[in-house]
Design a protein around this ligand. Structure first.
Ligand code: PLP
Length: 428
């Protein structure tokens, strides 16, 4: 086995100081590759990652996963969401929320967006609650916290379990509290473009021991020795290797985070403040560029919040004001040297899969009880439908500030050009 010092010397020549993984990532991965049983200091990398998350978030339990989708599935399983139950969720987010519910044979119930905050509008939640409602998944889109006080009040009133999806909001704060510490469980993603990444991966946080144990078992093939705490229990080989030993006492998948990803994620997490601070600097540059522009309106945060800026999202009103379409703006921005931005993801309730419903009769019974629950379609979430086509999602994860500045200049230039052109047209 190589010593830590040797590992550091070995990786020096291949270490890219401007790379994405320029903290201790290579060192930890090399350490992982150089140990036989994946443990250093008697701990696996996933145990170390889980411990670091618990400490930072002041939560009792953390359970590493292989994605921010499997995390959501485990949370719903832990919340005992089952056949015919209903799960309330925003329509404006990625489709994996609906999928997680459907894989539990439950019904995703979509809630419209707040016009300015883009997240689920708490005023529209109560009307969606029925006797079948078990849980609410809240998403902090783009890093902007959802209105948690209002949502938790409703959840308390109806005894619903709240799962925070923090895939885009690592280290964001809602009125002084880290997102992911307010609901009953929370889910994080380490997919490539997130604030921290291990290629793929995720983690769940909770302070509820029963939820934690259910989550760990769900993510670990239902091994009966698994507990809420990290580690696989302490069976002696003579017990575990015994052919009579019954291993599994509950349903589960293999959703475990690979050890090599846990090593990467830990190194990223150790410098997550630095990484999110840089995203914030970039976001403030966008804000600055838009200060005098009333036709590109940034997503609004509730008061007293901190946004770790997975991205910088705005509503584009250039079509109304200058008859200059979203697509024309996109093309001109790119022509001016901008690093192309994204449109909003398609709303969950308008995705092909939700309109065609291939899951009916397979996951959800195809009968009259459920027929009306799947009446999605245009007009069912009018605010989200009106803002989704306007949204522009600018990137904040630049490591090379020269690219960020170039893109910012392109943004300013594009705005100026459009305003000048229209002024000229009006003068004629
Ligand atoms: C809000 C949100 N939830 C969940 C996920 C799923 O995470 P993963 O890609 O790690 O499965 C993502 C990732 O894009 C996301 O943005």
């Amino acid at each position: 086995m190589k010593s830590k010092k040797t590992i550091k010397n070995l990786i020096k020549p291949i270490f890219n100081p401007n790379g994405k993984f320029n903290g201790k990532e290579l060192e930890y991965v090399m350490e992982y590759l150089n140990t036989e049983n994946s443990k250093t200091n008697n701990k696996t990398w996933s145990e170390k990652l889980e411990k670091a998350f618990c400490k930072k978030f002041n939560m009792k339990y953390a359970i590493g996963h292989n994605s921010g989708t499997s995390t959501l599935h485990s949370c719903l399983y832990a919340a005992d969401v089952g056949a015919g139950d209903e799960v309330i969720m925003p329509t404006y987010t990625v489709i994996c929320l609906a999928f997680a519910a459907l894989h539990q044979n439950a019904v995703p119930v979509f809630v419209d967006s707040d016009l300015d905050n883009f997240n689920m509008d708490p005023d529209l939640i109560e009307e969606k609650i029925t006797k079948k409602t078990k849980a609410i998944i809240v998403v902090h889109m783009h890093g902007v916290p959802a209105k948690m006080n209002e949502i938790m009040k409703i959840a308390k009133k109806y005894k619903l379990i709240v799962i925070e999806d923090c895939a885009q909001s690592l280290l964001s704060k809602y009125k002084g509290r880290l997102t992911g510490t307010i609901g009953h469980m929370s889910s994080f993603s380490f997919e490539t473009k997130k604030q921290i990444t291990s290629g793929q991966g995720g983690i769940v946080l909770t302070s509820n021991k029963i939820f934690a144990e259910r989550i760990r078992k769900h993510a670990g093939l239902g091994y009966k020795i698994l507990k809420a705490e990290a580690g696989v229990g302490s069976l002696l080989p003579r017990q575990f290797q015994n052919p009579d030993f019954k291993r599994h006492d509950s349903l589960g998948y293999n959703y475990r985070i690979p050890e090599i990803c846990a090593a990467l994620a830990l190194a990223q997490f150790e410098r997550s403040k630095k990484l999110t601070d840089r995203r914030n600097i970039i976001a403030s540059m966008y804000l600055d560029a838009l200060r005098a522009c009333d036709w590109i309106v940034p997503q609004k945060s509730p008061t007293n919040c901190y946004n770790s800026h997975w991205s910088f999202a705005v509503k584009y009103y250039g079509k109304e004001k200058y008859n200059f379409s979203w697509r024309k703006f996109y093309d001109l921005f790119n022509k001016n040297g901008g690093d192309s931005f994204f449109g909003a993801v398609s709303l969950q309730h308008l995705e092909d899969v939700m309109l065609k419903k291939p899951f009916l009769g397979k996951y959800i019974p195809k009968n009259n009880i459920y027929k009306n629950k799947f009446n999605y379609g245009i007009g069912t979430c009018p605010v989200a439908e009106s803002i989704q086509p306007l949204i522009m999602v600018f990137k904040c994860g630049y490591r090379d500030m020269r690219i960020a500045r170039k893109s910012l200049n392109a943004l300013k230039k594009t705005i100026n050009q459009i305003e000048k052109q229209c002024k000229k047209n009006n003068d004629h």
